[in-house]
Design a protein. Structure first.
Lengths: 237, 130
């Protein structure tokens, strides 16, 4: 989809939201964000957002709000980018210090592998914040990595539940890991390339690592999940 | 030294900059399989089991895989994207063939398979009795 098409869709969503804003809390004023680089991936201003959420959300009444959309300090509507709805839940739950954050989605919870790739993947009962974040960063699409961050800061458990199977207990994401040293999931990611770098006329040194690292940084090809240095070949049969 | 990048980021400008500091061999159309678990990468048994299982599973042009240890709680294999499905299935089988019920809820597909086997056994038993 082109950027123009994205903007058109976002504009539609915004109009829709404004139409229903009388029924719901004024969403665009609840989440105050600033578009640091792109309209579709704004970064929250946590101090202001949290202060506003604490004023608006209390245990005395039920607050209903949408996710994904927010506003700049100037009141210009913007969005949080991919996974923004879950991210909103994380922010809105963490700000007033909720006992628990529930994310209702269309799968039973976090699975041991992408069920489209491996049939018979199992649902994890409990995993740690760190494991959930690593899974999300390395290909598990059920949870956006940013969602976990606000809950981690305040140690608020996140529970992932299935709206199509509400009887399932889902996956509980907590501070401590259920099992130390065990593999809990296999994540998959495609669309990557392997670069083998050989320094010109010099051995591999820390300076070379620094120099090539600078190239990655300048090109905004910063270290992403799975972008690691230091490898060994695993021979096949 | 080797690194993994998203193929979309391999622009001509980026390659040119990188060529200024090193000879670059780019192998495209790769996939990453990452195994995650608290301190999973510190457990040598995990690394050995995963490597050996991949060695048994992959063959021919798919044989080359590169092992990365990103941090204590994850390690990854970079391999031919064509090998992703069989490799993922093999690693999943290696680590989750008999899921600990304390940690995992078996997938409903697996439960159905198990139930079907139980039913089949019951039918066989009934036939044998009759």
């Amino acid at each position: 989809m082109t950027e123009a098409a994205h903007l058109a869709r976002a504009a539609d969503a915004i109009r829709l939201d404004r139409n229903i804003s009388e029924l719901f809390n004024e969403l665009e004023h609840v989440l105050r964000e600033v578009a640091e680089s792109r309209l579709l991936a704004a970064a929250p201003l946590f101090v202001e957002t949290n202060a506003m959420l604490r004023r608006k959300v209390s245990s005395e009444h039920v607050t209903v709000m949408g996710g994904f959309i927010g506003a700049t300090e100037d009141g210009v509507t913007t969005t949080l980018g991919r996974g923004g709805s879950d991210y909103t839940a994380g922010i809105a739950g963490a700000a007033p210090g909720a006992d628990e954050i529930e994310i209702w989605t269309d799968v039973d919870g976090m699975l041991t592998c992408d069920p489209r790739i491996v049939a018979g993947a199992h649902c994890l009962r409990t995993i740690s914040f760190k494991e959930a974040e690593l899974m999300a960063k390395t290909g598990a699409k059920v949870l956006h990595p940013a969602t976990v961050a606000p809950a981690v800061r305040q140690c608020i458990p996140i529970v992932m539940r299935n709206s199509r199977n509400p009887g399932a207990k889902g996956t509980r994401i907590v501070r401590e890991s259920a099992r130390d040293g065990a593999v809990m999931s296999v994540s998959c990611r495609t669309g990557v390339s392997l670069l083998r770098l050989t320094p010109r006329n010099t051995p591999v040194t820390a300076e070379f690592g620094q120099e090539s690292g600078n190239v990655f940084e300048k090109s905004r090809c910063a270290a992403r999940p799975g972008v690691d240095v230091g490898a060994r070949d695993v021979g096949g049969s | 030294m080797s690194v993994v990048v998203e193929t979309a980021s391999l622009t001509a400008e980026f390659r040119e900059r990188l060529n200024g500091v090193a000879e670059v061999e780019a192998v495209e159309d790769r996939a990453i399989l990452t195994l995650v678990g608290n301190n999973a990468a510190r457990n040598p048994s995990n690394l050995a089991r995963a490597s050996q299982r991949l060695c048994r599973t992959l063959s021919g042009a798919q044989a080359g895989a590169v092992l990365y240890c990103g941090c204590d709680s994850r390690f990854a294999f970079v391999l031919d994207s064509q090998a992703l499905y069989p490799a993922a299935a093999a690693l999943h089988k290696e680590f989750f063939a008999q899921p600990n019920p304390v940690l995992f809820v078996p997938n409903r597909v697996s439960i159905n398979v198990a139930e079907a086997k139980t039913t089949a056994c019951a039918l066989v038993s009934a036939d044998q009795v009759s």
